[in-house]
Design a protein around this ligand. Structure first.
Ligand code: NAD
Ligand code: UGA
Length: 458
């Protein structure tokens, strides 16, 4: 079949895979190829065991794969054929050298630029899909300019706003699509090509076009604002626990103000995920590098509160259990950083598990999708951790249940049955405030929610 355009995506991860699957479904006249250096991942995308779990993803992949969506490791062919190249490689926090622990590690990003110039024979539009420091496009352009064929490349910023667990819905019905370009004739023409892709299914008024730098920076700022809301409510949860105010009542009362809004005000054991922390650290690093100390300190506090919240959650567990958890079995319900994903990157579950293990507890972890990742995250602690698909089994002989992830399946368990098979006194630490605390208390549990008074039988 002759396709109208060839789109390549470099990076077949949580963003590249779902995003390209949706573009393929919505734009049948375009050929979409997704390449990765990780052969196992590509094998996964070409099989029925997709490398990531995302509701609705499997159906779209089945609909599009090998029709106009292809997964491959052939970078050279992919680049040669492509008119438009999306780059959605990972941009983790740098762990070495200058900016270690703060700045973005752009090595994967730069390698793709080198691959693009190596294999390009004609003009291409390069789309930044990865989240990047503001002004990255400038560096990209400088690298791309230095090519043997004297080719011109247009660099466009099109950051992704999907959230894991709802990625397909977010891609199908985005709040907005952001496309940043140079305001030159060539830049605007290239931006129009990217607008045309999304216009297949996104209403025109939701496609925002800006200059390149606003687009790059907007992505970091959006994540910083979202994380800031969680840290704000989590900081208040600590105050609630001292004052008998209830954080969910406060979130409701505050969130009904239409200027504030109700979403992203769920107090928790802290936010996780691969991006909030890294993107804020990056924002902080950029602000500091421009000498904006107050700005950097302001945003850094969002991360400090998140660390404080995770630490507070663990110390509350230890304190409540009479200051020792040595040899006590504790069941962690959930390990993923949020529900509906198997992703455990920066999951608060990892922090909680490690701290409890350091205190010599025995852990049993149940999660419907994240057990493989949990196993690899806790590989050094094998002796004291077991992994269970069945939460009932995980809780047998446990002294405490800790809700880490807000999976629906944990909301409706038979907690009377669970209580009967636990050691007494039995504790519940609800790190997500998803359970019926009064009911658990009546069953006999000692209940410790987030930001609400504990219900205890002592
Ligand atoms: P990921 O680690 O799941 O996927 C990145 C992929 O890129 C990996 O499979 C890796 O092997 C591949 N890769 C790295 N270098 C390569 C190269 N030179 N050539 C080919 N492939 C290469 O990461 P992700 O979660 O998909 O995130 C990608 C980017 O999107 C990041 O910048 C992230 O901040 C951003 N983002 C992520 C999310 C999310 O929900 N995960 C949402 C919005 C934006
Ligand atoms: C987040 C953003 O929501 C996306 O818009 C963005 O594209 C993405 O980061 C990214 O750049 O990677 P994601 O991390 O997948 O998406 O998931 P969120 O729903 O934002 O949740 C992040 C963390 O905050 C989770 O641990 C979640 O449990 C926690 N959270 C969320 C709370 O503790 N309380 C809330 O009210 C909401």
């Amino acid at each position: 079949m002759n396709f109208k355009k060839n789109i390549l995506c470099i990076g077949a991860g949580y963003v590249g895979g779902p995003t390209m699957a949706v573009i393929a479904a919505k734009c049948p006249e375009y050929k979409i190829t997704v390449v990765d250096i990780n052969e196992e991942r590509i094998r996964g995308w070409n099989s029925d065991q997709l490398p990531i779990f995302e509701p609705g993803l499997h159906e779209i992949i089945q609909e599009t794969r090998d029709k106009n969506l292809f997964f491959s490791i052939d970078m050279k062919k992919g680049i040669e054929e492509a008119d438009i190249i999306f780059v959605s490689v990972n941009t983790p926090t740098k762990t070495f050298g200058y900016g270690a622990g703060m700045a973005s590690d752009l090595q994967y990003w730069e390698k793709t630029a080198q691959q693009i110039i190596e294999h390009s024979e004609d003009h291409k539009i390069i789309v930044e899909k990865s989240t990047l420091p503001v002004k990255t496009a400038q560096a990209m352009e400088r690298i791309l300019k230095d090519n043997k064929n004297h080719l011109h490349f247009d660099v466009i910023s099109n950051p992704e706003f999907l959230a894991e667990g709802s990625a397909i819905k977010d891609l199908m019905e985005p709040d907005r699509v952001l496309i940043g370009s140079h305001q030159t004739e060539s830049g605007l023409k290239a931006a129009k090509e990217i607008v045309d892709i999304y216009a297949h299914w996104v209403p025109k008024e939701k496609i925002i076009t800006t200059n390149l730098w606003s687009s790059e920076l907007s992505k970091l700022v959006a994540n910083a604002f979202l994380a800031q809301r969680i840290s704000s409510i989590n900081s208040i949860s600590a105050l609630c626990e001292k004052t008998e105010a209830e954080v969910t009542e406060i979130a409701y009362a505050v969130g009904t103000d239409s200027r504030i809004g109700s979403r992203f005000l769920n107090a928790s054991l802290g936010f996780g995920g691969s991006c909030f922390k890294k993107d804020i650290l990056n924002l902080v690093y950029i602000a500091r590098s421009y000498g904006l100390v107050e700005v950097a300190d302001y945003w850094e506090a969002v991360i400090k509160i998140n660390e404080y919240q995770q630490e507070r959650f663990v110390t509350n567990i230890i304190k409540a259990m009479f200051n020792t958890i040595v040899d006590k079995k504790i069941a962690l319900l959930g390990f993923a950083f949020k529900a509906n994903t198997g992703d455990t990157r920066e999951s608060p579950g990892k922090y909680v598990a490690k701290k409890l293990l350091e205190e010599k507890a025995i852990l049993s972890i149940a999660d419907p999708q994240a057990l493989d990742n949990a196993r690899s995250d806790l590989s050094g602690f094998d002796g004291n951790v077991s992994y269970e698909m069945d939460p009932y089994h995980a809780a047998i002989d446990a002294s405490a249940i800790v809700i880490v992830t807000e999976w629906d399946v944990f909301k409706n368990l038979d907690y009377t049955r669970i209580f009967e098979r636990m050691k007494k006194p039995a504790f519940v630490f609800d790190g997500r405030n998803i359970l019926n605390h009064q009911m658990l208390f009546k069953i006999g549990f000692n209940v410790y929610p987030i930001g609400k008074p504990a219900l205890t039988h002592f």
